[in-house]
Design a protein around this ligand. Structure first.
Ligand code: NI
Length: 185
């Protein structure tokens, strides 16, 4: 896996500033909000507030046509994320840990917190994730391809890591979100 490079300054071109306007998708924090760079340390203790947070996150993710969303992206410093790549129904991963990684795969990623910016990221092709579900049950997920990619991207958010930290810089490009198929957020 590539090393984390120095945090780059993301300069939003004029043409894409509409994606960062405060009246659009204001539920989801955008760069350079410093909350996105905080590493979340304390494990989540499930309660009614957590359940409401998960419901909100699933709603915001769907509204934004995303395939995943991490709690820090909505300003909640909690070690949880939701993922819903392709056919998968929205699944909350609470206190997720990647316990096994295998293989490498290149794929295009974007991020709801950096709308309009895309680039290729090398990720493990296969991961085993242990996490609690929203009922507090300890589950193990074996994820491949796009599913594995989305889980790794979202779990990175819990450590304050954005895809732009590990992207292949030669592939980084701006595009309007509606025109970018098969993206991982
Ligand atoms: Ni993201």
């Amino acid at each position: 896996m590539p090393a984390i490079i120095a945090e780059m300054e993301i300069v939003v071109p004029d043409e894409f500033e509409y994606l960062y306007a405060p009246d659009k998708n204001r539920e989801i924090l955008k760069v350079p909000n410093p909350v996105l760079r905080q590493k979340v340390l304390a494990p989540v203790k499930l309660n009614k507030k957590t359940q409401a947070l998960i419901d909100d996150m699933i709603r915001f993710m769907k509204q934004a046509n995303g395939v995943g969303l991490a709690a820090p992206q909505v300003g909640a410093l909690q070690r949880l994320c939701v993922i819903a790549p392709m056919d998968m129904k929205p699944t909350a991963l609470i206190n997720p840990r990647i316990v096994k990684k295998d293989g490498e795969e290149v794929g295009v990623e974007g991020c709801l917190s950096i709308p309009g910016l895309y680039g290729e990221v090398i990720r493990a092709a296969y991961v085993v994730v242990e996490a609690e579900d929203r009922r507090g049950r300890e589950l193990t997920y074996e994820l491949e391809g796009m599913h594995a990619r989305v889980a790794q991207h979202e779990i990175d958010h819990l450590d304050g890591v954005l895809f732009t930290d590990i992207v292949d810089l030669t592939t980084l490009h701006w595009a309007h979100p509606d025109g970018e198929p098969n993206r991982a957020e």
